[in-house]
Design a protein around this ligand. Structure first.
Ligand code: SF4
Ligand code: SF4
Length: 358
């Protein structure tokens, strides 16, 4: 079985108007606009960019598509989830400010931003999976209510998963805090004693009493910890740390299963777009500009999250003339694709339709 992946060459130095037209053009073959009406909730899932990193997809590239969607429904909005690690994207208040600083404003884009998992990532919805690693996926609660998902991913390398594209944007990017924790770690957070201000806020929020007060700081008792991530969310100074200990292989497998929860578990209509521009070795969560590893390639779209990522990594490696993703990250990126195909998330075989040739 082969899935269709549509492609248009593009370069980030083209004008916003040209890139907005290209975004619309690459989406159109997949968009059944007549299936939308005034009651349809349509989420545009995107990374709003990290402070100091401008690798994110600017909203101006999606403006023309938004104008089309607004002819069918006003229930259209940008969305993303809060991060596990501390920083401005770990809570909705600062996350919204950062999004606005990067141009995701009502005035500029005509649609609002709604963070999908609440103020600090605690709003979750459980999807029964019964897959090899995840029994119940804890996804961001907002996603359980939408009818249509347009998922915009900036394709980059990634420190843990080799590359980050649609599967990562769905699996990690649509999970609640506890869902992200479940994918990242089988073990428990720990307290950096020197950073702890002993405010005891985490102790109040811990559902199992796993946090105890010691002299000048608190400590987590692993034997009582559920790994829920509440303490990570509430600590005002980032003194609670995650053990980034999960192997690259297991993270990719769990991520593919969480992606399944969104793609198959919610019975949504979905279109995925990968932007192969400004491609760096590290993802957009690294808060600094990086060198690009290949020339810009273009924009891909598909209904199949596995096929679009396979096509993206193939195009990047073809452009480089070698498996540059594996060479730079030292990660076997194929695991997310192999496992995705095994669990029925999509197909690695694809037919690339170059729209510029039509
Ligand atoms: S992760 Fe959850 S259970 Fe574990 S210490 Fe933190 S709040 Fe308590
Ligand atoms: S919330 Fe943070 S600063 Fe306060 S006691 Fe817990 S670890 Fe320490």
């Amino acid at each position: 079985m082969k899935s269709k992946v549509y492609f248009l060459p593009a370069h980030y130095q083209e004008s916003d108007e040209v890139l907005a037209q290209k975004t619309l053009r690459v989406t159109e073959p997949l968009l059944d606009i007549t299936s939308l009406d005034s009651s349809s909730y349509v989420a545009l899932k995107i990374h709003f960019g990290e402070q100091g990193n401008h690798g994110f997809i600017p909203p101006t590239w999606i403006k023309t598509l938004i104008n089309l969607l607004l002819t069918r429904t006003n229930r259209l909005f940008w969305t993303d989830t809060n991060t596990l690690y501390t920083g401005p994207r770990s809570n909705s208040a600062e996350h919204l400010l950062l999004a606005a600083q990067h141009g995701f404003t009502l005035e500029e884009t005509k649609i609002p931003v709604i963070i999908a998992d609440g103020l600090v990532g605690r709003d979750k919805y459980e999807v029964d999976l019964h897959l090899p690693h995840i029994q119940k996926a804890k996804i961001a609660s907002l996603l359980a209510t939408i009818d249509y998902l347009l998922c915009f991913s900036h394709f980059t390398g990634h420190i843990l998963t080799g590359f980050g594209g649609t599967i990562k944007n769905l699996g990690m990017g649509c999970a609640s805090r506890v869902g992200k924790l479940e994918q990242h770690s089988n073990v428990h957070p720990w307290v950096k004693a020197k950073a702890c201000r002993n405010c005891l806020l985490c102790l109040t929020f811990c559902p199992t009493g796993a946090i105890i007060a010691e002299e000048n700081h608190v400590r987590i008792m692993d034997e009582h910890c559920l790994g829920c991530g509440e303490c990570l969310a509430v600590c005002p100074v980032g003194a609670i740390k995650l053990r980034w200990s999960e192997s690259a292989e297991l993270v990719q497998r769990k991520m593919a299963e969480y992606a399944w929860a969104i793609h198959k578990g919610l019975h949504l209509q979905a279109i995925y777009l990968n932007y192969l521009v400004k491609i760096t070795k590290d993802c957009d969560c690294i808060s600094k500009e990086k060198n690009y590893i290949v020339e810009d390639i273009g924009i891909l779209s598909s209904h199949d999250p596995v096929a679009i990522d396979q096509a993206a990594v193939d195009l990047v490696n073809q452009q480089a003339g070698e498996d540059i993703i594996r060479k730079l990250t030292k990660i076997n990126w194929e695991i997310q694709l192999e496992h995705g195909e095994t669990i029925g998330l999509g197909y690695r075989q694809y037919e690339l339709v170059n729209l510029s040739a039509e």
